[in-house]
Design a protein around this ligand. Structure first.
Ligand code: NAG
Ligand code: NAG
Ligand code: NAG
Ligand code: NAG
Ligand code: NAG
Ligand code: NAG
Length: 809
């Protein structure tokens, strides 16, 4: 019976759909071919190499199909071309290649949805090129229609944009309808990234990028083509043969022989060049090579539109992409659209003002370093914070007041172009109605679904500044700026010493003894003290913390304890372990830190098999960023002096977090003074100048980082005893140099295939490591340079031998 059924089905297909039996080979799609969405037997039309496929791709978890071209060999089947007006289509929709009508897409009822017209020409066949271009070829072999000439949101190598062409973003990662952003090559020769409002399709006058390649006085000096060449270089060609590069020239191009390249205007408005290894052994994801604009949150010209995020939203940048969040007291209009507008969670209306004084009705939340540069309706100058806050409270039109540079700007709804900008040094007073539930204190930006929570250091503000009411206050740190935390204000008034001007919470010794169950569970011991696990009520939430009990320090440092703790407390960076509070009662000196669930890097490097190369490279980049911050970006420079794998912790997402920073100074060393002998750093990681009586500066951390980087690359310890028969030391830095010099990086990483498949990055990392361990500290790059080099933004030159002074090497 079953056999009969199969036979019947077989005949059914053979006679009713003879056309689908037309074979498609070598990229050629014969005239008359059809594809039906959802039909299992119909394989898509493949390019000769099989790299690209054209047809219907099923939408994840849905019975819908995307009429598109995609990378066929990589797991996520990234779509590079699609019809943006009708996608996705229903099961049973068809596409047919017809000699007269061209390529026609029909819904299951046979109604035409879209077509690629060939006019009065006769098409002979279709061709799916290995470049990703689908071509309808005429009888003389000329292309009658090409998908490359009708781009959606992506451009590929060998594809050009002529004047008038544009890419249009999709609405969201999974919604292929036209979105808000476009990249257009204008007739005047400028390449422009701008927005257009979706329903009306009218160009907004908000521009995010402009190549400025138009010359009104000299037409020959104007752009006429955007070229993405076969090497992956992208540039604007001018008629006088000059080229304006779009990719930063300092970034080396991953070879196209080993990588796919594409450039896409993503739904969030960022136009980015990505690459992806062709083989399945490399990083399975697309990696961003470069992108424009530099900062979509702030690079806006024009007055209209909401900005990269919706109205009343606040934009900040993470890994060059915008992340949007509603400010305190505001909620998403459409909870499914994180990039959409926010609405006030409480009504701000003028009718009610008579009912009571404004102070009784309204209150506000204070936020640092966020601004909505437009939407002003009044400016008060000069002003101060008190006046500014009160002015907004008293004015029923005012939704937010921004205080900056002794000026106060009152703003009305809707607020547009909201962004985090630490350079502003501004305060925002965000009004809410008391009668409504007060704004929920939460991290800012709020933890968005799918993004990582940002519970970094803590910051508390003195809350009595304004109007004497109990304000819910939050502060953004002035340093790097993305990461925020809210904290209910508690003014620190320690009875003995008075208020400490810091953002930290003061703990009584008894409180910490209880929290750690009398210092019961030891997490580790370091140069400065022993760390215990504890549980504390923080923001009325049970929070696991790490309590560091410092060893007795000398008299001199004791006096500086608070000053140093304050310096540490002011730091806030995603690659640092946040300090939550401290205790300095009697003889006791304790520091309370965030608890890091994945332990130390030292432990991670011991893993067998090795922790994945991509995680290790991210960790290295994270540590470098943390050090850049300590060296350059916080108000007081902090030299760590003891960078080693034991001092790098990993949070639940395997982000690297530097710990123990600021303690070197606290415990014994006046960092600016020359020191001899008394080495605080750890064997193997200590820069040579520690042993000389020379001044110590931030380059000591660069040295230690170099050693650490080589450890991360090789998963070997910096010094190992090899006591098999002969007592000898293995010195990692020497080994690194030998391997590098002899071109034997395979030996250096042993059989780490993932690293070897990522040879460009591997080589770059090793070279950066060798630059960092230069004996001559002036040759070592700064941590900023290191960070740029690791990220592939700055070029890495071939390093010299690290030991010019030594006889051995
Ligand atoms: C995408 O939409 C734009 C108009 O919004 C249109 O000009 C372009 O041809 C469309 N592209 C495709 C591949 O459908
Ligand atoms: C495929 O594209 C490449 C690059 O544009 C081109 O040189 C080649 O002729 C195309 N192949 C066919 C058969 O059209
Ligand atoms: C781009 O910049 C040029 C000046 O460099 C300006 O003339 C042009 O209007 C700008 N294009 C748009 C769309 O704003
Ligand atoms: C690749 O991307 C996916 C989804 O974005 C993510 O879950 C995964 O961790 C990434 N893998 C690597 C190695 O980066
Ligand atoms: C702000 O200015 C007002 C009036 O000039 C003054 O009374 C008040 O003390 C000032 N407040 C602060 C915090 O400087
Ligand atoms: C918004 O208001 C409602 C009720 O007034 C409250 O339950 C909710 O927590 C508020 N949400 C935020 C984000 O403030």
């Amino acid at each position: 019976m079953a056999y009969l059924c199969i036979q019947l089905i077989f005949f059914f297909f053979l006679f009713l759909f003879p056309i689908s039996a037309l074979s498609q080979k070598n990229g050629i799609v014969p005239e008359g071919s059809t594809l039906t969405a959802g039909e299992k037997s119909a394989s898509p039309w493949l390019s000769p190499s099989g790299d690209f496929a054209f047809g219907f791709q099923q939408v994840q978890d849905k019975d819908l199909f995307l009429f598109s071209i995609w990378y066929h060999k990589i797991p996520d089947k990234t779509v590079v071309w699609f019809v943006n007006s009708t996608n996705p289509v229903l099961r049973g929709s068809t596409v047919k290649l017809d000699a007269q009508t061209g390529l026609v897409l029909r819904d299951p009822r046979g109604i035409q949805l879209w077509s690629a017209n060939v006019g009065s020409n006769q098409l002979v066949h279709g061709f799916m090129n290995d470049t990703g271009n689908f071509v309808l070829q005429g009888s003389d072999g000329s292309p009658l229609w090409e998908s490359f000439r009708h781009p959606a949101d992506t451009i590929l190598p060998y594809q050009d944009l002529e004047t008038g062409d544009s890419l249009r973003s999709r609405q969201s990662a999974t919604n292929f309808s036209p979105g808000r952003f476009y990249l257009r090559f204008l007739d005047d020769g400028n390449l422009v990234l701008a927005t257009r409002s979706a329903p009306t399709n009218v160009d907004d006058e908000a521009e995010y990028y402009n190549s400025s390649t138009s010359d009104s006085t000299d037409a020959l000096n104007s752009g006429y083509q955007v070229t993405f060449d076969g090497r992956g270089d992208m540039y604007i060609r001018k008629r006088n043969d000059q080229r304006t590069p779009l990719n930063p020239v300092s970034i080396p191009l991953p070879p196209v022989s080993e990588n796919y390249h594409r450039a896409t205007i993503d739904f969030d408005g960022v136009f980015a060049h990505y690459y992806h290894p062709r083989t399945s052994t490399g990083n399975p994801n697309w990696t961003m090579l470069w992108s424009i604009p530099d900062n979509i949150c702030t690079n806006i010209r024009g007055e209209k539109g909401s900005g990269a995020c919706g109205f009343n939203s606040v934009c900040h940048l993470e890994l060059r992409r915008p992340v949007c969040a509603c400010p305190e007291g505001y909620v998403l209009l459409d909870t499914n659209d994180k990039y959409g507008s926010c609405k006030p969670n409480s009504s701000l209306v003028c009718d009610e003002v008579e009912e009571g004084s404004a102070e009784n009705l309204y209150d506000f939340v204070v936020a640092s370093d966020i601004d909505w540069p437009l939407s002003d309706f009044e400016q008060i100058n000069p002003s101060n914070e008190t006046i500014c806050g009160e002015a907004c409270l008293q004015d029923c039109f005012c939704a937010v007041a921004i205080f900056r540079d002794n000026s106060c700007w009152k703003k009305k709804l809707p607020l547009s172009n909201g962004r985090v900008d630490t350079s502003l040094q501004s305060k925002a007073f965000i009004k809410y109605r008391k009668r409504d539930a007060p704004p929920v204190l939460q991290t800012f930006p709020p933890v968005l679904a799918g993004s990582k929570p940002k519970n970094r250091g803590t910051v508390i503000l003195v809350g009595s500044v304004l109007l004497g009411s109990s304000f819910l206050v939050f502060v953004a740190t002035a340093c790097l700026g993305f990461y925020f935390i809210y904290y209910k204000k508690k003014v620190i008034t320690h009875p003995n010493t008075g208020a400490l001007n810091t953002n930290l919470r003061y703990f009584a010794y008894k409180e910490l003894a209880e929290a750690t169950n009398e210092f019961n569970e030891e997490l580790g011991r370091g140069s400065f003290g022993t760390v215990y696990k504890g549980d504390l009520q923080i923001r009325s939430k049970n929070t696991t913390v790490a309590v560091k009990k410092l060893y007795r320090m000398d008299q001199e440092a004791d006096k500086e304890f608070r000053a140093e703790v304050e310096t540490i407390g002011q730091t806030n960076h995603k690659n640092l372990v946040g300090l939550l509070g401290f205790c300095d009662e009697g003889q006791h000196r304790l520091l309370v830190y965030e608890y890091m669930s994945h332990g130390t890097l030292a432990r991670l490097l011991l893993n067998n098999p090795k922790t994945s190369w991509s995680i290790r490279t991210q960790i290295a980049i994270g540590i470098a960023r943390g050090l850049v911050y300590l060296h350059e970006e916080c108000s007081t420079q902090i030299i760590h002096c003891d960078i080693k794998p034991q001092n790098i912790l990993l949070d639940e997402y395997f982000n690297a977090r530097i710990s123990d920073f600021g303690l070197a100074k606290l415990l014994m060393i006046n960092q600016s003074r020359s020191i001899t002998g008394n080495i605080r750093g750890t064997k193997g990681y200590v820069a040579p100048e520690w042993f000389r009586s020379t001044q110590v500066n931030s380059k000591v951390d660069v040295y230690s980082f170099g050693v650490l980087l080589l450890e991360i690359i090789s998963c070997r310890k910096c010094v190992e005893d090899i006591e098999i028969g002969h007592a000898e030391f293995f010195i990692l830095t020497d080994w690194a140099w030998d391997c590098f010099q002899e071109g034997r990086l395979d030996a250096f990483v042993e059989n780490d295939l993932e690293a070897l498949n990522d040879m460009m990055v591997l080589e770059r990392f090793v070279m950066v490591g060798i630059w960092c361990i230069q004996e001559n500290s002036s040759l070592r790059p700064t941590m900023r340079k290191v960070s740029l080099m690791l990220e592939g933004i700055a070029e890495v030159t071939v390093p010299p031998c690290p030991y010019p002074f030594s006889t051995t090497g």
